[in-house]
Design a protein around this ligand. Structure first.
Ligand code: KE4
Length: 427
């Protein structure tokens, strides 16, 4: 019998490429039929067939206070009742700018946009306009959205110019991006020694969350800051995922590294399209209409999206919010690890604040290559078995997971118990 979910997927594929509006949703990495969700509440989501899941994706991070938090829903309703958009400044955008600059000391000025891709694309353009240079450094395994210059993979040799990781990206544009190994301070040092004078910016996920979760080595973070300062390159911390996720001050506060520019998204939109970039005033003042670097957006600062983000950012400031989130994430990673090891399964897990990584591997990966050596087939099998148990993990072995303030100890214990049941029958 065809389920409603399956029918929706069949019909969607006729009109939407792959049946989805963003590739990772298509379950191509894990196989099977993607879930079409019809509603969410707190830590839970329900698919088109009415099946309930404990949700560890949370719309890829934004749902940090849980789905449909009453305060967020009300703020959205109230804002919508005043107007869905004006294409003109509103007081709520000033309130958001003030709050972001209060929470993140590196933000002297900020501009709102509608997606993480817009934020990173503009931060790159701004760094190029500010420095007058063209070369960008990024790291293998890090994802910064889908602008041309960032859809680039490592060239044949470590320091050669990047090659497109997507068709449609001109080789000439990819060649302006050099892709290095994440956590490789020596490699970064060598690159700056050879081409430091050409480098406009280094963009990095301060905690990598798009190759599964990989934490930064201290010497890597220190090298990023030292070398960018020495060579006059702009250090861009892409905190679209880590911002307000790993701590109230993001990864920059958690690890004590000060960026020149930072990009934000996800949590600051509370699930609606709001993102931002900002940082040093001398750099931000290069932006139109003050300066010569152009950037614009019809929906930038949309009052309904800002209302969702502002309310979410007020809720995360509650005393003990991040301690609770980190405790839930640790309860999950520790519980899953104990369950897997009890049954002799090569498995490990880790968390940073409210985000976590699960690996079918004996050791925690610290680089892209080590992530690639984890057992992807084992993850895919675990993913589907957990779906059957009513647990929704990220549909890829190369994504991080997220908990919310709505996840209770009992929710996490039930998830661990489901995994234990699966591991007990694991051959
Ligand atoms: P968006 O353009 O998707 O809003 O943001 C792009 C982006 C930029 N920087 C970082 C660190 C990000 O994680 C993202 C987007 N993250 C993915 C999840 N791995 C979004 C999910 C998707 O692509 O559908």
């Amino acid at each position: 019998m065809t389920t409603h979910n399956q029918q929706l997927f069949t019909d969607s594929q006729k009109l939407i490429p792959g049946g989805v509006n963003s590739p990772v949703r298509a379950f191509r990495s894990v196989g099977g039929t993607p879930l079409f969700f019809q509603r969410g509440l707190g830590a839970y989501v329900w698919d088109a067939d009415g099946k309930k899941y404990t949700d560890y994706v949370g719309s890829w991070g934004p749902m940090i206070v849980g789905h449909c938090h009453p305060d967020v829903v009300k703020a959205v309703q109230d804002a919508a009742a005043q107007g869905l958009g004006f294409g003109a400044p509103t007081a709520s955008e000033l309130e958001m700018a003030e709050l972001l600059c209060k929470l993140l000391p590196s933000l002297e000025m900020v501009r709102l946009v509608s997606s993480g891709t817009e934020a990173t694309m503009t931060a790159i353009r701004l760094a190029r306009g500010f420095t007058g240079r063209s070369r960008i450094i990024k790291f293998e395994g890090c994802y910064h959205g889908h602008s041309d210059g960032l859809l680039v993979k490592a060239g044949s040799g470590a320091l050669t110019f990047g090659q497109p990781s997507s068709s449609g990206v001109p080789a000439e544009i990819a060649a302006l991006t050099t892709v290095l190994a994440y956590n490789d301070a020596a490699g970064l040092e060598k690159c700056f020694a050879e081409m430091g004078h050409e480098i406009a910016a280094v963009i990095v996920e301060p905690v990598a969350g798009n190759m599964n979760l990989v934490t930064p080595k201290r010497e890597f973070l220190d090298a990023l800051r030292k070398l960018c300062t020495q060579h006059g390159a702009v250090l861009i911390l892409d905190e679209v995922m880590t911002g307000f996720r790993v701590s109230l001050q993001g990864a920059q506060g958690y690890y004590g590294v000060k960026p020149d520019l930072v990009t934000l998204g996800k949590v600051m939109g509370g699930g609606l399209p709001a993102a931002a970039f900002g940082g040093r005033r001398d750099i931000m003042q290069c932006l139109s209409p003050l300066g010569a670097v152009y950037q614009a957006g019809t929906l930038s600062g949309n009052p309904v999206a800002v209302a969702a983000g502002l309310t979410t950012l007020k809720l995360v400031q509650a005393p003990g919010f991040y301690e609770y989130l980190a405790q839930r994430a640790r309860q999950l990673t520790e519980g899953l690890t104990i369950a897997a090891h009890k049954h002799g399964i090569a498995f490990c897990a880790q968390s940073v604040g409210g985000m976590f990584g699960l690996y079918f591997s004996k050791t925690l990966p610290t680089s892209y290559d080590e992530v690639m050596s984890c057992d992807k087939a084992a993850f895919n099998r675990f993913f589907h078995a957990m779906l059957d148990e009513g647990v929704y993990l990220a549909p890829s072995a190369f994504e991080a997971g997220f908990v919310s303030a709505a996840h209770t100890e009992a929710d996490i214990a039930a998830t661990v118990a489901a995994a234990d049941k699966i591991f007990s029958g694991w051959r």
